[in-house]
Design a protein around this ligand. Structure first.
Ligand code: FES
Ligand code: FES
Length: 169
């Protein structure tokens, strides 16, 4: 068996060190080594978006990224979305308010894709919202409700990019 590789990263604002299998993906590392199971394992080929997390401010399919590739990066998962004081972020609350959550399987990925969109484009047009969420499938077909939740968040809340995390490198 190949030797595990030690990496450091900033995960949801906290510096972490973890040993990963060299062939494991970021999704594997999050779920198996870091006990963060919010990002979901589904197609594993970059087609469904259920595994979406943010890496250095961009939404990425964590099933397509090797864990070793995120050494030194700022990684955010759905577990880090809620405010530190508890409760829900505005985006999460809007998902609930609009009934965007049915089985919930796609929702962590949808939230992280939407969060990345709103941080880079705080006032997205409808086509920009569609494009920002295009990589995230919902088998319960909650697309309209998800779209409305994102549009209303953009209209009613300031989604600030988080302050740059301390470099882990
Ligand atoms: S599990 Fe990663 S895109 Fe589907
Ligand atoms: S809420 Fe069920 S897959 Fe989206």
């Amino acid at each position: 068996m190949a030797e595990r590789v030690a990496i450091e990263l900033v995960l949801n604002g906290a510096r972490r060190r973890v040993e990963v299998e060299p062939h494991h993906t970021l999704l594997d590392a999050l779920r198996d080594d870091l006990a963060l199971t919010g990002a979901k394992s589904c197609c594993l080929v970059g087609e469904c978006g259920a595994c979406t997390v943010m890496v250095d401010g961009r939404a990425v399919d964590s099933c397509l990224v090797l864990a070793a590739e995120v050494a030194g990066a700022d990684v955010r998962t759905v577990e880090g979305l809620a405010p530190a004081g508890g409760g829900l972020s505005t985006l999460q609350a809007k998902f609930l308010e609009h009934g965007a959550v049915q089985c919930g399987y796609c929702i962590p990925g949808q939230l992280m894709a939407a969060q990345a969109l709103l941080e880079t484009t705080p006032q997205p047009s409808d086509p920009e919202i569609e494009e920002g969420l295009a990589g995230n499938l919902c088998r319960c077909a909650c697309y309209e409700q998800i779209f409305d939740a994102v549009r209303e968040t953009a209209a009613t809340a300031v989604v600030e990019p988080r302050a740059p995390a301390a470099a882990a490198r």
